[in-house]
Structures are given as C-alpha cells and as structure tokens.
Design a binder for this molecule. Structure first.
Ligand code: ADP
Ligand code: MG
Ligand code: MG
Length: 251
C-alpha cells in the first residue's frame, strides 16, 4: 500500500508584487485507505496545498518535499503525477471547449494506464459510473464542464475520480455549492472509490457538513499556511460547535 508524505513544505505563489510565501512548513502523512480532512478558514492555504500537489505552475515549492512512496513528486511533470496515481478535483473545475467528456475521460485513462482501455468494457464502466452519480447520459457527449452548473461540475470531477482510479485524491471544496441530495451522491462516489480501490483521500473543506457523509480518520486545521492542530474526527465536531475563532486569535 502507498503513502503520500508532505514534509516541511514551503510554497510561494507568483503575484504582481513578486513571490509571496503561502505555505510555511506543512507536514502531513496520508496512507492509502485513509481519509484526511484539511479544514481551515478562507485564505489559510488549503487550495495552495492542493495546487502544489497537482503541480500548478504558479505555485512554487521553495523547500520541503512531497513524496509518493519515497519518490519526489515536486520534480515530476503534471502528467507524470497522474500516472503515479495522484488526482486533483479542483475547487473551480476548468471548462475544456471542443473536447467531449467521453473523449476526455478515454484520453486521460489511456495516458494514465499507458494503453487504451478495451472499448466495450470501458463504455460500460462509463455508463455505470454516470448512472451511479445520477448524471444524464447526455453529459458524455457534452464538452468538459462547458455550461455545467456548479453541482454538475463537482459530479463530473467524481466521475473522473471513479473511472481513473488513482491511489490518492485531493478533493478541494468538492462540497461547495452542493445541495444535500447532490452532496450525498458525490459522497457516495468518493466512498465507492475508498471501498473499491482503497483510495487515500485528502478532503479539503471549510465546512464540517460533508464529513457526515465521508468519515475522516484524521482532521488537520490549517491556519496561516501551517497545520495549527490535528486530531481525529472529534476535532471536526469541535470545529462545528466552536468555529475557527479560537485559531484566528493565535494566528
Ligand atoms: P484557501 O484555499 O484556504 O482559502 P488559498 O490557498 O486559496 O486559501 O489562498 C491562501 C492565500 O494565498 C490567500 O491569502 C490568497 O489570497 C493567496 N493566494 C493564493 N493564490 C494566489 C494567487 N494566484 N495570487 C495571489 N495570491 C494568491
Ligand atoms: Mg478559499
Ligand atoms: Mg481554497
């Protein structure tokens, strides 16, 4: 089983005023099969962590490391990270005009596996996954995320997750903008991936609501670019009751 280790990670973002340090020494170890909730107030650096893991060009790792089974992820290209088993569901999923969802999924699957999936089995898998996520089959022939509602984009991210079968998924505010029904459907998809392939999940969220459906093994609270506190699921319950004020006083 695999392990993703984040060690003393410092990340800066390119701004018009120059580089600005956002992550100031993050430590976190995530094993396959585990779910870690990353919580924290807005602007604390949660998305920056997600982008750094995914290899977004604007986010520079200035020191520390991200290791997947001991291999340095920060030196990999974006496509190599996906091949190594990392998946990022973004807070704001991008639209890809001119590329249908079905073609995108097949191309991604082919790139990750190094060979094209057998067409008939693959079509069946896509159909089943879409049905499970209550997505109308017309979404297969529509351009990726183009004109999708916020909730449809989030479902589409989970569709990719279920079909691409990564080792680790970073889900950045997958719960935002979802009504309760959509939240349940999306959570069921994540839980299927956890049960089916022993997915390791980094669940980034501002709110505790999604943690009723996707149970975290560990909770980490981000404040000002660092993990201010960590604990088990009971820490999320405390945050639900008390909010982040207690952390902001010290920040
Ligand atoms: P969170 O996801 O916890 O809300 P972010 O990682 O999005 O936090 O942002 C952390 C901090 O970094 C914020 O102060 C934000 O304004 C800043 N930041 C992130 N990305 C950029 C960027 N591309 N340009 C300028 N500032 C950025
Ligand atoms: Mg934010
Ligand atoms: Mg964010």
């Amino acid at each position: 089983s695999s392990v993703l280790e984040i060690k003393d990670l410092h990340v800066s973002v390119e701004t018009e005023q120059g580089a600005k340090e956002i992550l100031k020494g993050v430590n976190l170890t995530l094993k396959q099969g585990e779910t870690h909730a990353i919580m924290g107030p807005n602007g604390s650096g949660k998305s920056t962590l997600a982008y750094a893991i995914a290899g977004h060009p604007r986010y520079e790792v200035t020191s520390g490391s991200i290791l997947l089974d001991g291999v340095e992820v920060t030196e990999m290209e974006v496509d190599e990270r996906a091949q190594a088993g990392l998946f990022l569901a973004m807070q704001y999923p991008v639209e890809i005009p001119g590329v249908t969802n079905a073609n995108f999924l097949r191309t991604a699957k082919t790139a990750i596996d190094g060979e094209a999936p057998a067409i008939r089995t693959w079509m069946g898998e896509v159909r089943d996954a879409m049905k499970n996520l209550r997505m109308d089959e017309s979404f297969a022939s529509r351009n990726v995320n183009e004109g999708f509602s916020g909730g449809e984009k989030k479902r589409n991210e989970i569709l990719q997750l279920e079909l691409l079968k990564p080792k680790f998924a970073v889900l950045d505010e997958t719960d935002s903008g979802l009504d309760v029904d959509a939240l349940k459907i999306v959570s069921e998809g994540v839980n299927r991936a956890k049960d089916g392939t022993g997915l390791g999940v980094m669940l980034i969220t501002h709110y505790t609501r999604i943690l009723r459906y996707i149970k975290p093994d560990f909770v980490h609270v981000f404040v000002n670019g660092r993990v201010a506190e960590q604990g088990g699921p009971e820490l999320a319950d405390r945050l639900e009751a008390e909010g982040y004020d207690r952390f902001l006083v010290d920040a």
